[in-house]
Design a protein around this ligand. Structure first.
Ligand code: NIG
Length: 398
């Protein structure tokens, strides 16, 4: 029998489990091995090998950060500083990171990834997706995918991040959809494209995504980040798991995202990246309108060296509440279960436990706040509130 732990003394328990409205008071949780074994009223809790009393603190599912770019080398703080002094964000900055990443050794990239994952874990992130996209040659993309897969719960192929090295776009896309895709395939479960003016247009984006889909990958899209564009429409047409950024979306696109979930269909998640919106001085995505329309939203960090140099999901949640007018409950759900839905991990898959909920059978990922309720995440913005973290049943932060 795997070792069991009873977590009790919980102030507020956010479960995201629809069976009891997503939230319990006076509750307890039993972890057994890597999974949650039991959730219910503290007074009815079964015994376990050990007992941890969290003394009235709030407990939520670990954050599920569904959009990051963590395999990179180098620093672009000077570019950031210039932007804060009035310069516009230009996707060309990606080339700076590509050069630094190509020049870095495997050990350097691994150490950088490990450091960022550790930083995120100490802020309560227990599951995350990350992308390739700073290699942009067959060998460098394959290396990024392999290193990413050592730590990430999901890896996405983003060979179509930018056309590198002044190459011809059609020739580069032949490579992305041919040998590069084949080289990353053992390590990735989704394909993505930067569908934006200055990166890839609708036809080029469709070509990339269809090639990935034909190879068995899920589809994701960077869309409507820097201006209106075809990203959301394309994501809906291709049945993408998510379209990420969604800063510039009109009422029809919002309605389309909501409609993709109608009648129990599995639709396209709108992933909000508020730290990126702030760091690029772009309008914050219309989170309130998306939720009001019935769209399914996720909140993620977009941690990367160019547009969002943070791993803090708590910062993103606080921004979504304070600036994007989500309620605390909506923002916490989007940063946990929303991320799990965007990754296709909200239900058990191929023997792997589900993420984003505290319910029997789910992966035992718990985030204990040094606060009695999740409201403190926005009520005390910027204050480090992570008290303890369990990931897959292992107590990794306390
Ligand atoms: O999601 N939009 C494209 N990719 C990243 C930016 C990467 C960079 O500037 O290095 C993003 O914001």
């Amino acid at each position: 029998m795997p070792r069991s732990t009873l977590v009790t003394g919980i102030g507020e328990l956010i479960t995201n489990d629809e069976h009891h409205g997503g939230r319990l008071q006076d509750a307890a949780v039993v972890l057994e091995g890597e999974r949650i074994a039991w959730v219910g009223a503290a007074a009815a809790a079964p015994s376990a090998d050990e007992r941890v009393d969290v003394a009235g603190r709030a407990v939520l599912p670990g954050w599920v950060d569904a959009h990051t770019h963590l395999v990179f080398a180098g620093d672009r703080s000077a570019e950031f500083e210039a932007r804060m002094a009035g310069e516009a964000y230009a996707a060309g900055g990606i080339a700076t990171t590509v050069a630094a990443t190509r020049a870095a050794s495997d050990a350097t990239l691994q150490a950088s990834l490990d450091g960022l994952v550790d930083e995120a874990l100490h802020g309560g992130t227990t599951a995350f997706e990350t992308k390739t996209g700073y290699g942009l040659t067959v060998a460098d993309e394959a290396r990024s995918a392999r290193i990413a897969a050592t730590r990430a719960d999901a890896v996405t192929f983003l060979g179509a991040h930018l056309v590198p090295d002044g190459r011809d776009q059609a020739a580069y896309l032949d490579e992305v959809t041919g040998p590069m895709l084949a080289a990353v395939l053992p390590h990735v479960d989704a394909i993505d494209v930067f569908c934006e003016r200055g990166a890839f247009d609708e036809a080029a984006s469709r070509r990339v995504l269809e090639a990935g889909r034909a190879a068995g990958l899920a589809v994701r899209v960077h869309g409507n980040q820097l201006g209106p564009g075809p990203g959301v429409r394309l994501a809906l047409e291709l049945g993408a798991r998510s379209v990420d950024h969604v800063g510039f979306v009109d009422d029809d696109e919002i309605a389309g995202l909501a409609a993709s979930w109608a009648d129990g269909a599995r639709g396209t998640v709108a992933t909000l990246l508020p730290a990126c919106d702030l760091s690029t001085r772009m309008p914050l995505a219309p989170a309130r309108a998306l939720v009001d329309a019935g769209a399914v939203v996720a909140i993620a960090t977009n941690a990367n060296p160019g547009t969002s140099s943070t791993t803090s999901m708590a910062f993103c949640v606080a921004t979504a509440v304070l600036q994007q007018h989500l309620t605390v409950a909506e923002a916490v759900r989007a940063a946990t279960l929303g991320g799990a839905i965007a990754l296709g991990r909200d239900e058990p898959r191929a023997g792997a436990p589900d993420l984003g909920r505290i319910r029997a059978g789910a992966r035992a990922d718990l985030h204990v706040l040094d606060a009695p309720s999740a409201a403190h995440l926005a009520y005390r913005p910027g204050v480090p509130l992570t008290h303890a973290v369990w990931r897959a049943g292992e107590r990794v932060v306390w």
